[in-house]
Design a binder for this molecule. Structure first.
Ligand SMILES: [Fe+2]
Length: 216
């Protein structure tokens, strides 16, 4: 029986500072662009896929170059996250992964098909992508789906709108971001981890931190 997938969208564009998109574009230029190895435990890529090309603005860079965004993550966005959840919601205490930017450029980059380890994720879309232009976020309805071809067979598709903040539980729905097919040739999204009392930050797999940071 396929699972239904739901998410909540807030249009926060009026709450963002003047020039926010330009700030994000500037920060995205500093992204770490390379082929990232598949993520242990959480990857839902097909077996033959060992690496996926994409860009990442790490949490330390976000905190330094986008202080207003870091503040929103722990303030207004946290409040909105709480509205979507019955339990009390908390941001990550560990500054290595609380909020990062994912950046895609050109036609070859995409975001890895994976499930989340945290119970609530917030995404702030920072670029607009019209229908058919690629960059959509795709969620499988089948929790066992592995690989983008399988995910695409039965899925919910979300088109990025700049200034829209979405919240969802991505633990059971493999998801990935499609490559860009047309202009704009850059996709920027801020990704935020939130935790709950029944699924606190201490549940984050140690192996994930070892993979990403070389230590737990
Ligand atoms: Fe995710």
């Amino acid at each position: 029986m396929p699972l239904s997938f739901s998410w909540t969208t807030f249009d926060v564009s009026s709450q963002l500072p003047d020039g926010w998109q330009q700030d994000l574009t500037t920060a995205a230029a500093q992204a770490d662009f390379r082929e990232f190895p598949r993520t242990p435990i959480l990857s839902r890529e097909a077996e033959h896929v060992a690496r996926i090309s994409r860009g990442r603005v790490h949490a330390s860079q976000v905190r330094e170059s986008l202080p207003w965004l870091y503040k929103l993550y722990r303030g207004y966005f946290l409040e909105l996250a709480g509205e979507t959840c019955k339990e009390r919601v908390a941001p990550a205490l560990d500054n290595r992964y609380g909020i990062v930017l994912n950046v895609q450029r050109g036609r070859t980059m995409r975001f890895e098909c994976h499930v989340d380890s945290n119970p609530l994720t917030g995404l702030l879309f920072c670029t607009d992508h019209r229908a058919g232009a690629g960059g959509e976020l795709v969620f499988a309805h089948d929790s066992a789906a592995t690989g983008v071809e399988t995910v695409e067979k039965d899925c919910s598709v979300l088109r990025p709108h700049a200034g829209h903040l979405i919240f969802f539980d991505g633990r059971k729905h493999p998801h990935y971001a499609r490559p860009l097919l047309a202009e704009p040739h850059e996709r920027i999204v801020a990704v935020m981890n939130f935790y709950t009392e029944s699924y606190p930050e201490s549940t984050r797999p140690a192996e994930l931190n070892r993979h990403l940071f070389g230590r737990t």
